[in-house]
Design a protein around this ligand. Structure first.
Ligand code: C5P
Length: 244
């Protein structure tokens, strides 16, 4: 694997669109350029599991970003169906608790063994970036956002999850506590010199690679570009340059 193809595998494009036809057009263009596509609630609710099958048909991999949070039995049962869809990554809210995460990880393991399926990596969502310390306080969680993020990341690791979705600001502390083999997936990435938009805490693709992030999630800078292929190539080039 050369350096550029290695970095390509670490780029996830967020298909944040409602229209499956547009999503298909973009996925067709970008499948040779990027490692994975993130399918979130908007596209999944509109297009259903067929959108995942379509991306697989194009040779792409899928991060199914549905952020499950429910009683353990319900999340574990949903995780089995997600596993049968063949996605590479999916996520649950770590605040659903250790038992919910443990049962989910165990159910994934079991169905893969029984049905000979590829094992997806299960990620925990720690504290949503839309929440701040005051919001946590109102929810009865004192101590601030960083402490809660690290607590939930440790809990996710202990419960058998593969990694967490985290913001650029949290990478160093999570790495310190959870070690190098814990998978870190980070959105809020903006190529050097671009508008941050509504993302408050951004990081460039180069800095993300230097910080040891495993996968970066990029939406609008690629999906909203006049030339999405050129935009994706330029992100990969920036990542490759940082790795060299
Ligand atoms: O367009 P943009 O690059 O900001 O898209 C980032 C993607 O990552 C979006 O799908 C967004 O919902 C998601 N995300 C985020 N911040 C988080 C968690 C997920 O931007 N903390």
């Amino acid at each position: 694997m050369n350096a550029a193809s290695g970095m390509k595998q670490r780029l996830i494009v967020a298909l944040d669109l409602a229209d499956p036809v547009r999503a298909r057009t973009l996925a067709t263009l970008l499948a040779p350029e990027v490692g994975m596509f993130k399918v979130g609630k908007q596209l999944f609710v509109n297009a259903g599991p067929d959108i995942v099958r379509m991306i697989h048909h194009l040779g792409g991999e899928v991060f199914l970003d549905l952020k499950f949070h429910d009683i353990s039995n319900t999340v574990a049962a949903a995780a089995v169906e997600v596993t049968r869809l063949g996605v590479k990554l999916f996520n649950v809210h770590a605040s659903g608790g250790p038992e919910m995460m443990r049962q989910t990880a165990a159910a994934v393991e079991e169905v893969c063994g029984k049905e000979g399926l590829r094992r997806p990596s299960v990620l925990g969502v720690t504290v949503l970036t839309s929440l701040d310390g005051a919001d946590l306080e109102a929810l009865g969680i004192p101590g601030g956002v960083p402490a809660q993020v690290v607590r939930l990341a440790g809990m996710a690791q202990e419960a058998g999850l593969a990694g967490v979705v985290c913001s650029a600001q949290e990478v160093r502390e999570i790495r310190r506590v959870c070690g190098d083999s814990f998978m870190l997936v980070t959105p809020g990435i903006r190529p050097a010199g671009q508008q941050a938009g509504d993302q408050k805490r951004v990081m460039t693709p180069g800095d993300a690679v230097r910080a040891g992030i495993d996968f970066i999630v990029v939406g609008r800078p690629i999906v909203g570009a006049d030339d999405p292929v050129a935009a994706a190539r330029s992100v990969v080039a920036e990542m490759t340059g940082a790795a060299g």
